[in-house]
Design a protein around this ligand. Structure first.
Ligand SMILES: Nc1ncnc2c1ncn2[C@@H]1O[C@H](COP(=O)(O)OP(=O)(O)OP(=O)(O)O)[C@@H](O)[C@H]1O
Ligand code: SF4
Ligand SMILES: [Mg+2]
Length: 382
């Protein structure tokens, strides 16, 4: 049995369990294990935890500024200034081939905006995105299309991201036609059937419409469509947050199996730390448009450095009933149109001092091999 056949069998098995309403075999991603006992990486063959060698993705100081000003006439009459919203402001990271980098953070911190810049849906206001050494902004024509084939995105809502008037066969065949991967209709039909089998559905499902599937099955169709162009890099923006917990586990396991079989590289966005713990090799914690901590998963969960990361981990419900008090993340996310000076986390930070209110911290290496943007960590008082 070759890798693809094994993969199809595994996906079928998961799909049958989903249809029968049985829980997935793998543990459900409900809560991460206690920070004191981080689990080992999933397999000895897991992708590297640093992107030091030949990264597939290199993101250098990207920013996205939205002009959210009132219309010109209103501004003139009401004497209002132009308003600029810094959704992302100086984000840098790299991702090695076969690695999963997760981005976490509260709503509105800029995760989806980063994702959209990586797939070319938004043009960065500043900075560069390099895929396999090619600057995304400089490519056009055939070379641009060839590069775009290698990058695909899976969205949060599997219903909204599928055209309800198209049969599944058309939905999955579209990227194959657009990128001219196959020409003959019989070859395209056969490929659509294979892709459906890879994600645990059947070739007969090609004749159905999206509304005839469950949420988990629809997300499988989205994954099959994303795989149709034979991508190397998948940007997954909250791909399981619209699904119930057991279906979430099945879709996450499917994505992990596909990654192992095809050597895919993932940017995985989630606000759910349990899901992040399940899928990530490294984690970037975002706050108000910036990465405030970047670390291998096990390091981050065992020994978080930034006060915001600590607050996020402290807020995870304690199902082990250890009796340790859980502290919810206090305060409100500041208005991005009027962010606080210095470190934008300072109004919520128990360690804030005068320097924090004045000076924006830079992302610097920490003693435990991570990177954090915090004066207290740098000064050794965290
Ligand atoms: N097209 C746009 N025009 C103006 N502002 C935008 C636009 N897209 C996003 N924003 C703003 O940019 C900021 C970041 O939004 P983004 O969608 O990236 O956040 P997010 O981290 O993905 O949040 P969530 O977890 O809720 O999905 C928010 O303040 C949002 O209001
Ligand atoms: S820089 Fe200061 S305010 Fe910001 S997280 Fe660190 S200690 Fe808190
Ligand atoms: Mg989002």
């Amino acid at each position: 049995m070759n890798t693809i056949e094994k993969l199809a069998e595994r996906a079928r098995e998961l799909a049958e369990r989903e249809a029968a309403g049985k829980p997935a075999q793998a543990p459900e991603p409900t809560v991460p294990p206690p920070a004191a006992a981080p689990p080992e990486p999933r397999t000895p063959a897991a992708p590297p935890v640093t992107a030091a060698i030949a990264p597939l993705i290199e993101v250098d100081d990207i920013a996205k500024v939205f002009d959210v000003s009132a219309p010109w006439l209103n501004r003139v009459i009401e004497r209002k200034p132009r308003q600029l919203l810094y959704a992302v402001d100086g984000v840098s990271f790299s991702i090695a081939r076969g690695e999963t980098l997760a981005l976490v953070g509260e709503s509105g911190c800029g995760k989806s905006t980063v994702a959209r810049m990586l797939v070319g849906l938004y043009r960065p206001t500043r900075g560069t995105v390099r895929i396999d050494g090619h600057d995304l902004a400089r490519l056009s024509g055939k070379s641009g299309q060839a590069l775009r084939r290698r990058i695909q995105m899976i969205f949060q809502d599997p219903y909204a991201s599928l055209n309800p008037r198209w049969q599944v066969s058309e939905i999955i065949a579209e990227p194959i036609r657009v990128h001219r991967l196959l020409a003959r209709p019989t070859d395209i039909t056969r490929r659509v059937g294979e892709l459906l089998q890879h994600v645990g559905l059947t070739p007969a499902d090609a004749a159905r419409f999206p509304h005839q599937f469950s949420g988990g099955q629809r997300q499988r169709i989205s994954i099959a469509r994303a795989l149709a162009s034979q991508p190397e890099f998948l940007v997954c923006d909250e791909p399981t947050s619209a699904l119930d917990v057991s279906v979430q586990a099945q879709v996450l396991n499917l994505m992990r199996d596909l990654q192992r079989a095809a050597g895919l590289t993932y940017l995985f966005i989630s606000h759910n730390l349990a899901v992040v713990h399940h899928v990530a090799d490294r984690v970037g914690v975002m706050y108000l448009g910036r990465i405030v901590e970047l670390a291998p998963k096990t390091t981050l969960f065992a020994n978080p450095q930034h006060p915001y990361t600590r607050m996020l981990l402290d807020a995870i419900p304690d199902t082990a009933m250890t009796g340790r008090a859980r502290t919810p993340v206090g305060g409100e996310v500041p208005n991005p149109l009027n962010p606080p000076t210095g470190c934008t986390f300072h109004p919520r930070c128990p360690l804030a001092d005068a320097r924090c209110r004045r000076e924006t911290p830079r992302l610097l290496p920490t003693a435990n091999g991570a990177q954090a943007a915090c004066h207290a960590v740098e000064e050794g008082r965290a």
